[in-house]
Design a protein around this ligand. Structure first.
Ligand code: ATP
Length: 310
């Protein structure tokens, strides 16, 4: 049992009556890593996280945090984990400071200085009662409460959905400092852009299955490019046919458009340069576009997922 690995999921499965919310997910998260957990609504992200913090019992498989079984050793797991749930549960009549003192008291720790420092960086007023806070400020308070005991693993369920871009940037800086100190982060979202700036790796979950895990650096290398070429003379679509990975090829008059992965660009360019070119554009597609393929479940993505799993 490796007690230095923040997260090990092994065939983790959760069924609710006839719904399989999570289906045999296996995954490891390394120390010092921010793992972005992406998927559309209802994909199984929250279910995974609730099992990781010992709130739900797995139907099959296991979840371990630093070698601890998250269901059987939930109390010890709680000491190692800071959790921001999708819907933070706060006491409406308590102020931020009162929440901090109450949790510090329960844990037998003096976490005020750390809590105040995080609150200041996020621009949160700790003297207001939580029922008077806006959605974004409630989220900030949940983040403060999760970070204040300096846990080794942070599990964050869509933590930035209500935060403005400047606060998001500060929050990402906090996460980076956390991982530089050897901590790890599991961060969920249904929007790639939310995790793209901070994640080292990304996993895509769809209908309870982990369909892809990619290093962000590799993903950029594989991303789609939109190509547009305008020719001086007539060309035929067949001149550009049969290049592996090229999609949405269209020829309108003497203008060719298509999408191509980086691996196809060299062959495509050579075919294009076989003709008299008037104009040529090649732009990298947004990463979100690549992920749409996973979400929509077309054959291309499933093939990629199978390759990744192999
Ligand atoms: N307590 C429960 N009882 C029955 N079904 C549930 C329960 N919790 C979750 N589910 C179902 O499990 C599936 C996965 O839900 P989950 O909340 O994990 O998705 P999610 O990826 O977090 O979605 P979102 O982005 O909308 O928060 C959904 O079909 C959901 O309806």
């Amino acid at each position: 049992m490796r007690t230095d690995v923040p997260v090990v999921l092994d065939g983790l499965t959760k069924r609710f009556h006839r719904t399989t919310a999570l289906d045999a997910v296996s995954l490891e998260i390394e120390p010092g890593e921010v793992f972005g957990y992406l998927g559309p609504n209802g994909a199984g992200k929250t279910t995974t996280m609730r099992m990781l913090v010992g709130m739900l019992r797995p139907s099959a498989g296991s979840a371990r945090v630093y070698g601890l079984d998250t269901w059987r050793q939930a109390v010890a797991v709680h000491r190692a984990v800071g959790y921001v749930p999708g819907e933070p549960a706060l006491y409406p009549r308590l102020t931020g400071l009162e929440h901090i003192d109450y949790l510090s008291h329960l844990r037998g720790r003096a976490d005020r200085p750390m809590a105040r420092a995080v609150a200041e960086r996020l621009g949160l007023d700790l003297t207001r009662r939580s029922r008077t806070l806006s959605r974004g400020n409630r989220q900030k308070l949940a983040i403060v409460l999760a970070l204040m005991s300096a846990p080794r693993l942070l599990i964050l369920d869509e933590p930035t959905s209500g935060l403005d871009p400047l606060v998001q940037r500060e929050f990402h800086a906090l996460l980076r400092e956390h991982t530089q100190g050897g901590g790890a982060v599991l961060l969920s979202s249904h929007i790639l852009g939310d995790v793209q700036r901070v994640a080292d790796r990304i996993g895509v979950v769809r209908e309870g299955r982990l369909v892809a895990v990619e290093r962000l650096a590799d993903l950029s290398g594989k991303s789609l490019h939109h190509v547009r070429a305008s020719f001086a003379d007539g060309v035929r679509a067949e001149d550009f046919g049969g290049i592996p990975g090229v999609r949405d090829l269209e020829l309108r008059g003497s203008i060719l458009t298509c999408s191509a992965p980086q691996s196809a660009l060299d062959v495509l360019l050579k075919r294009v340069s076989g003709h008299a070119v008037l104009d040529f554009e090649c732009a990298e597609a947004e990463l979100d576009e690549m992920f749409l393929a996973y979400y929509s479940g077309d054959g291309h993505a499933d093939q990629r997922a199978a390759q990744d799993a192999a």
